[in-house]
Write a protein that binds this ligand. Structure first.
Ligand SMILES: NC(=O)c1ccc[n+]([C@@H]2O[C@H](COP(=O)([O-])OP(=O)(O)OC[C@H]3O[C@@H](n4cnc5c(N)ncnc54)[C@H](O)[C@@H]3O)[C@@H](O)[C@H]2O)c1
Length: 268
């Protein structure tokens, strides 16, 4: 049955909720009656998102969290359960980009920096999230990890980012097998080029490259990832688990090639 109301009252933690895709997911969840625990480092920005949600009649709290620390993720999940009395889902979205350089130009410390957040943070979100979802006996539990098209198709200049995102897709699919019989779905959202702070201030020439590289001819909006996150949280998606779903305007579908339409007049 088509029923988005099935998300109503579900409690979800969203990491990296202070801006970009995480903010869009938190707001979309709240607009649809979910209770949202917003996690990020910036108290000011996190509280602003929560205020916005509450002003529109939604229910949310902010918990300051450095998501590269498994201890802080554990605390975050515990506080979420203490506040709302249950947990239904965790969206591990916080992540950093790092790239545009060939492998030899990375610093060795870059490895820890990006893996701590993009990989260890996601692992901790699933570990403590699954435990709390099981303990609080959610009827429609879900774990969603925000990976990337870089988790499906390696990106030039992005060796470390690509490695973390391939890891996220792998962990997601393996964890789906762990929890399939226990009623928790585990999926990855793989955004393509999405208009967030990751694209702020980039040179015009680079922007033109990204627009041209996308078969749809435009960048995505954070809300387009949020709508998928809402569907995956709903009871309509209970049979979707272990999937890594691109939201990318076909960037990861394959290579573009030269094509000639026999009847271009169909577009007139
Ligand atoms: N924007 C894109 O084009 C794109 C493409 C593919 C994948 N992604 C992925 O989407 C996710 C969200 O990215 P975005 O584009 O919204 O970026 P963004 O920079 O706008 O948002 C990232 C969020 O993560 C938070 N964050 C960063 N480090 C943190 C930490 N240590 N602890 C807690 N929170 C932290 C930031 O405060 C922010 O809220 C990331 O995992 C990113 O890799 C984005």
């Amino acid at each position: 049955m088509i029923d988005f109301n099935s998300v109503e009252g579900k409690v979800a933690v969203v990491t990296g909720a202070s801006r970009g895709i995480g903010e869009a997911i938190a707001k979309c969840y709240a607009e649809n009656g979910m209770k949202v625990v917003c996690a990020a480092r910036s108290e000011e920005k996190g509280n602003a998102v929560v205020k916005d949600i509450k002003d529109k009649g939604g229910d949310a709290i902010f918990i300051q969290t450095d998501c590269s620390s498994p201890e802080q993720i554990e605390k975050l999940i515990n506080q979420a359960v203490r506040h709302y009395g249950r947990l239904d889902g965790v969206v591990s979205n916080a992540g950093i980009g790092m790239g545009g350089t060939p492998v030899h130009e990375y610093e060795t410390e870059d490895y820890e920096n990006i893996f701590d957040l993009n990989s260890k943070g996601v692992f901790a979100g699933m570990k403590y999230g699954a435990e709390a979802i099981l303990k609080t006996k959610s009827k429609g539990g879900f774990l969603i990890n925000v990976a990337s098209i870089a988790g499906l198709l390696p990106q030039r200049g992005q060796a470390l980012y690509t490695a973390t995102k391939f890891g996220v897709v792998g962990m997601t699919r393996a964890a789906a097998l762990d929890y399939a019989e226990h009623g928790i779905t585990v999926n990855a959202i793989c955004p393509g080029y999405t208009m967030t702070s990751m694209f702020e201030g980039i040179p015009e020439q680079a922007m033109q490259f990204f627009v041209k590289d996308c078969p749809c001819g435009r960048l995505g909006n954070p809300e387009e990832c949020a709508w998928l996150a809402l569907f995956l949280a709903s009871d309509m998606a209970r049979y979707i688990t272990g999937a890594a779903i691109p939201v990318d305007g076909a960037v990861s579908a394959g290579h573009m090639n030269v094509i000639t339409w026999k009847h271009p007049e169909i577009l007139e």
